[in-house]
Every structure is written in structure tokens, then in C-alpha cells.
Write a protein that binds this ligand. Structure first.
Ligand code: COA
Length: 252
């Protein structure tokens, strides 16, 4: 388990809290593994009805750790969190996310797997995959156009446009914008309301709305194969080094 992911329970609601604020909750291999394990065990546990993902005040998740990407490009193990992505697809219970700050890369794309998303006015959603020499991941190349329509998915996933809380809500990715100080309690109220619904009914309804996971898993595998190639490309290596030297940051 990673100390950078805190796991707690309130009634039938499992809470996964990213806790690496010094790096804006960028995800390491250990964090991906902890998230995968937590989601899988919540899925298998009859006492859990709903899972909620929180970040920290002012930072939801800065995406994959770019130092890990750079290490992978130089021959290190590739960290792409596939076990976590698989756990997201296989999760058969409602998922809620609440973001009170930047949600970059997987910080945004995990929202496509959620059933409800709440953000504060200081949330900014961005997926600078192409600017990093990479491709969209976490099934977002399939779910993005489905949820947003092609034009808006392209704007987010290819152009890398940073979206404000308002834009994300207007695009249909976010349920509600809530003041920072009320964000977690609003998300927990929604989770509690969901947990009180007939469990099997909620599970079946969610599955119908989400559709067949097989095509999503297949797309994730395709994205992952491309990512593994792209992470070593000269375009990507230059972008990772520039980020870590602070010379080229996405303008959020
Ligand atoms: N990987 C590794 N380190 C990261 C990181 C990431 N994805 N995101 C942030 N950090 C680190 C920064 O390098 C910095 O470390 P330092 O204090 O040791 O220099 C620290 O977290 C704080 O980040 P900083 O950029 O100073 O904070 P900010 O508030 O100005 O900006 C973000 C926050 C999230 C907008 C910005 O950090 C960012 O754009 N991060 C990269 C996001 C990204 O491209 N992720 C990959 C997507 S596939």
C-alpha cells in the first residue's frame, strides 16, 4: 500500500484520498497499485456500496508522475497504471469523484469512469497528452467522444485545452460546481443517497448505462500499447525533460 493513498470508510461509502500534495497528487507506481487494490477490494466487499475519490484542497491529481515517464523513456519500468485502469472498468459499483483543483491527465480521464463528478470553482481539467508526445489513455479516446461529442473531446483530449469548472459542467463531464469548503460533504451526501438505494437495482442500472466493458478494455489495451511506444519517442522525452526543468508548463 502507498502512504500517498489514504483509504477510509464512512458507512457503506469507501473513500480513497490521494495524498501527495507536494507533487499535486501526481500518481506513482505505488499509488496506482494502491488505488487498484482498493477499488478491487471495495468491489468485492458487500459492506461497500459506493466509492468516492478525493484529492487534496487545491489539488485533485496532476496525472502520471512525469519523472516516472522520463525514467521509463530511459529504460526503466513503464508506469502506466494499467491495473488501476482495469479496476475502474471492472468496478461494478457507483464511483464518485470530487476535485478541488487541477485535474490533469488521468486526473481528468478517470472522471469518464465515474457516475457523478463534483468540482469546485478552482478545478481545472486538462489532458496535455499530445503536447507531451503521448496519446489519450484510460479509455478516454472511446469515452471522450461518447460523453462529449467528437468536437469537444478533440478540444480536451487532443488540443489539450484547459477547461474551467464551468466548461466541464457545460460539456457534461461534471454534475455540479460546489464551493471548495462544501465539496466533500456534497460528494459524500450524494454517495450516501446512492448507498441507500437498493444495491442490486443500482448495480444493474449502472451497468446498463455504462454499456459493455469489453470494447472499453480493448481500447485501453490499444492506448496502452501506443503509450508504451510513445513514452520513448524524442517528442515525449523532450517534453518530460522540459516539464521537470520547469521550462514548459501547461498554462492552467
Ligand atoms: N509529475 C511529477 N511532478 C509533478 C507533476 C507530475 N505530473 N505535477 C506536478 N509535479 C511537481 C512539480 O514538479 C513541483 O515539484 P517541485 O516542487 O519539486 O518543483 C510540484 O509538483 C508542484 O507543482 P507546480 O507545477 O509547482 O504547481 P502549480 O500549482 O504551479 O501547477 C499543475 C500545478 C498540476 C498545473 C502543474 O504541476 C502541472 O501541469 N503538472 C504536470 C501535469 C501533467 O502534464 N501531467 C501528466 C499528464 S499525462
Amino acid at each position: 500500500m502507498s502512504g500517498h493513498v489514504e483509504i477510509s470508510r464512512e458507512g457503506a461509502v469507501e473513500i480513497l484520498r490521494l495524498n501527495r500534495p507536494e507533487k499535486k497528487n501526481a500518481l506513482t507506481a505505488a499509488m496506482y497499485a494502491a488505488l487498484a487494490e482498493a477499488l478491487n477490494s471495495a468491489n468485492a466487499n458487500d459492506e461497500v456500496a459506493v466509492t468516492v475519490i478525493f484529492g487534496q484542497p487545491g489539488a485533485f491529481c496532476a496525472g502520471n508522475d512525469i519523472a516516472d515517464f522520463l525514467a521509463a523513456s530511459q529504460g526503466g519500468a513503464i508506469v502506466h497504471g494499467f491495473a488501476f485502469l482495469k479496476a475502474l472498468v471492472e468496478c461494478d459499483k457507483p464511483l464518485i469523484a470530487a476535485a478541488d483543483g487541477p485535474a490533469v491527465g488521468i486526473g481528468t480521464t478517470l472522471m469518464f469512469h465515474c457516475d457523478m463528478v463534483f468540482v469546485s470553482p478552482r478545478a481545472v481539467l486538462q489532458t496535455p497528452f499530445v503536447d507531451l508526445g503521448l496519446v489519450p489513455e484510460a479509455g478516454s479516446s472511446l469515452l471522450g467522444p461518447r460523453v462529449l461529442g467528437h468536437a469537444r473531446a478533440f478540444e480536451l483530449l487532443v488540443m489539450g485545452a484547459p477547461w474551467s469548472a464551468e466548461q466541464a459542467k457545460e460539456a457534461g463531464l461534471v454534475n455540479a460546481i460546489v464551493p471548495s469548503e462544501e465539496l466533500e460533504s456534497v460528494a459524500l451526501e450524494a454517495a450516501d443517497a446512492l448507498a441507500k438505494k437498493p444495491r442490486e437495482g443500482a448495480r444493474l442500472a449502472r451497468r446498463l448505462l455504462k454499456g459493455d466493458p469489453a470494447s472499453l478494455k480493448k481500447r485501453m489495451e490499444e492506448e496502452c500499447a501506443l503509450l508504451i511506444e510513445r513514452v520513448k519517442s524524442s517528442e515525449a522525452v523532450a517534453a518530460f525533460a522540459a516539464f521537470l526543468k520547469k521550462s514548459a508548463r501547461p498554462a492552467l
